[in-house]
Design a protein. Structure first.
Lengths: 484, 253
């Protein structure tokens, strides 16, 4: 794990070793000792003052997890992770917070400047303690009041457990069960925070959720848990993540996102993921092992996933849709960019259960440096899914001759009336395209950025406007240094 | 033999190889400001190689000789530096860039050049106004500008789009590589009108062409015949007519 030896030692001396102090009842302590066992789970649950049912659920997850094996089928390679050599609650920072931007890596600042991020936000992103003038909490409060007027609940999942336990209990784990997979099960046992959204019947959420919480998002931990419920006829657009590379102490990130859409409801979930990818040799980057799944439970419901994945050393992520309601629609739009030594194995699963269900998959993979990019997608048509339709388009773009692009579609059809289409292309970025742009006065890097943005356009235009503008810049920055 | 000694463009003894194979074998050519020169020659004589070398396309190895542009070493400059300093190449085969709108590409190019010249960049509205002013005779509609760059353009549209770019970028040295190829007579006239509108005392042009017909519309000051990687003959515009009548074999031998 990323926590350095120094830190581990300082924790040992400050917080004490596990068996030296019993900590189950010691909820005054801010940190759970290193390692993971049932006591760790109890500690987290007690810290968060959770009801007994939730602790039981976490413990079931933990016990299931101990018997599970880490999946090995993805086309990614990394050294074994020692899950006992990690902190699962309030892992302290390995360095004191920087006091000002002068103490921040100039490379990081250069990127912030290119993205056009205001100084105040830069400070927050870089982990600088923000002063009283900049009060993001008050902004959040204002927006929350506006949401409350229409009955939308938007809060942290910890708060939801306290204030809306009936909703959390009903839906938590209903899309991604605690026993789902190694990383999701680990998350179920030890998740510490995340977001909760409930949109009541017939309500169109008056704003994009989380735009104004970008800064807060920088504080989220390594095991995030998000739950979004769209009741009948409602509509919500949720934005996750951040274009700016974030400072983070944790190497392993294993988030779970669950979405539930009832009759005629629509959930649009957009992600920009730009966690630290490691240096050019792949050293020190984040492992992003995420489980995201949406259930279209109602008739005519719609869930769309749009993702721009440029960061992390390893990305293992398959945002999926379970199309249960008749006429329900699942969409997956993805841009995955890997450079240097990054590895991405990402795609989606579209499970067609109901009649006339439709799904669309558009995946744009860009590989540069020595990176490996895999699209892995499943389209499954069950016997009851009469007239189901899927269209899949996977385009791969290669920059240079040392990277790789792989497309692995799985198609299972058990209904004769279904129609499933898969198109895939692989191309190399053209020297003639680059030269044409440069002959018109654009630098080599601007030319590359322009061409790659054109390649990604179909996905970028699915993003909410302000996110799209930032994402376009990010595309260019992610590929810096990949052309001469 | 090619006019004044203080040309905007001075090519001296230029030798160029591609993949180790010699293509140009000692070109000497001087083009002064305000002049239009035509380079003619049979297929494979090295015409397009000359155009690409002047624009700085990677993969063309200069094995000997020099090129001065306004007294500066052109060959030491990157393609984008040349472009920003006023060297423009109208491509024989304009390149398609899917997903990149034509207007937004043109705006990026114009603003790259303006930045270099220390001028403020155009915003979307200012740029649209400029395009509407510059497209003048070229019969380019808004609809065409909304499409992805050169994607699904007809041959004529691609060539008109090249001339529009020349009008927008206002180069000092324009190299037009077979801009007349693949055009019907109406399209040829439109393109030729566009070129003539851009002639001026500060601008030099190099028209690379296989046929004399473009020269019916754009009158060159000098005509050079390229054969075997060398300029084998130079003359006035009558030379082009003679080529048309007698063929390259006769004239260039």
């Amino acid at each position: 794990m990323a926590v350095s030896t120094d830190t581990a030692q300082s924790i040992r001396s400050s917080a004490g070793e596990r068996y030296k102090y019993g900590f189950v009842t010691d909820i005054e302590s801010e940190t759970a000792p290193r390692g993971l066992d049932e006591d760790t789970v109890r500690f987290i649950s007690a810290k968060k003052n959770e009801p007994a049912w939730l602790l039981d659920w976490r413990l079931k997850a933990y016990r299931t997890w101990t018997a599970m094996r880490e999946p090995g089928w993805a086309k990614v390679a990394y050294p074994p992770i020692d899950y006992q050599d990690a902190y699962y609650y309030s892992a302290p920072k390995s360095k004191p917070s920087p006091k000002s931007l002068d103490e921040i890596d100039p490379e990081l600042l250069r990127t912030y400047a290119k993205l056009g991020i205001p100084i105040r936000e830069q400070e927050a992103l870089a982990g600088i303690a923000v002063d009283a003038v900049f009060d993001s909490v008050s902004v959040a409060t204002t927006f929350r009041a506006k949401l409350a007027e229409v009955g939308v609940i938007f809060c942290s999942i910890s708060e939801a457990v306290q204030k809306h336990p009936e909703l959390v209990r009903k839906y938590l784990g209903s899309v991604v069960p605690y026993s789902d997979n190694f990383f999701a099960t680990l998350n179920s046992a030890v998740f510490t925070d995340g977001s909760f959204v409930y949109v009541p019947e017939g309500v169109r959420c008056p704003m994009e959720l989380s735009t104004y919480f970008r800064i807060n998002a920088a504080q989220t931990g390594q095991f995030e848990r998000t739950l979004i419920i769209a009741d009948r006829g409602s509509h919500v657009s949720y934005l996750e993540g951040c274009t700016a590379p974030m400072r983070d102490e944790n190497q392993l990130h294993a988030a779970v996102v669950e979405l539930v859409a009832f009759d005629d409801a629509e959930i649009k979930y957009s992600t920009v993921q730009n966690w630290y990818p490691g240096d050019e040799n792949g050293k020190g980057g984040i492992y992003n092992f995420v489980t995201k799944r949406g259930a279209c439970r109602g008739r005519n419901s719609c869930i769309s996933w749009t993702q721009v994945e440029t960061g992390s050393a390893i990305t293992w992520k398959y945002p999926s849709c379970i199309l249960q309601g008749e006429n329900s629609v699942g969409k997956f739009y993805s841009i995955a960019i890997v450079n240097n030594r990054q590895q991405a194995d990402t795609g989606t699963k579209m499970i067609h259960i109901g009649k006339n269900t439709r799904s669309t998959i558009v995946s744009k993979g860009i590989s540069a440096g020595r990176a490996q990019n895999t699209y892995r997608g499943l389209v499954r048509i069950l016997p009851g899914a009469a007239n189901a339709r899927n269209h899949t388009q996977c385009d791969s773009l290669l920059i240079g001759d040392r990277c790789g692009a792989h497309t692995i579609p799985y198609i299972e059809t058990r209904n004769r009336s279904a129609r499933v289409e898969h198109e895939a292309t692989t191309s190399k970025i053209g020297d003639d395209q680059l030269f044409y742009c440069r002959q018109r006065g654009l630098s080599a890097e601007d030319s590359l950025s322009l061409i790659v943005n054109g390649f990604c356009k179909q996905v970028l235009q699915e993003l909410p406007m302000e996110f799209a503008v930032e994402a376009q810049k990010l595309v260019g920055i992610s590929l810096e240094g990949s052309v001469g | 033999m090619n006019g004044g000694t203080n040309g905007m463009l001075e090519i001296r003894n230029l030798h160029v190889a591609v993949d180790g194979k010699p293509i140009l074998n000692g070109i000497d050519l001087t083009v002064g400001a305000g002049e239009v020169h035509a380079i003619m020659g049979p297929n494979g004589s090295g015409k397009s190689t000359l155009a690409y070398v002047l624009a700085g396309r990677p993969g063309y190895e200069v094995t000997a000789g020099s090129v001065l542009y306004d007294g500066r070493d052109l060959l030491a400059m990157s393609p984008e530096e040349r472009a920003r300093n006023g060297v423009f190449l109208a491509f024989q085969y304009p390149v398609e860039i899917p997903g990149v709108g034509t207007t937004s590409f043109l705006k990026s190019a114009v603003n790259a050049v303006r930045r270099h010249r220390g001028l403020p960049e155009f915003d979307a509205m200012e740029f649209l106004k400029l395009v509407r002013e510059k497209r003048g005779l070229l019969k380019i509609e808004d609809e065409m500008l909304r499409r992805s760059l050169n994607v699904g353009f007809s041959g004529g549209e691609k060539k008109r789009n090249e001339i529009l770019q020349m009008a927008l970028l206002e180069p000092r040295l324009a190299v037009l590589d077979e801009t007349d190829s693949g055009l019907d007579i109406d399209a040829l006239r439109i393109v030729a009108d566009g070129i003539n509108a851009l002639r001026g005392p500060e601008r030099a042009m190099l028209l690379i062409t296989h046929y004399q017909r473009l020269l019916d519309y754009v009158q060159p000051d000098r005509v050079h015949v390229l054969a075997g990687g060398r300029i084998s003959r130079s003359g006035g515009k009558d030379l082009a007519l003679q080529l048309e009548k007698d063929g390259y074999a006769e004239v260039a031998a």
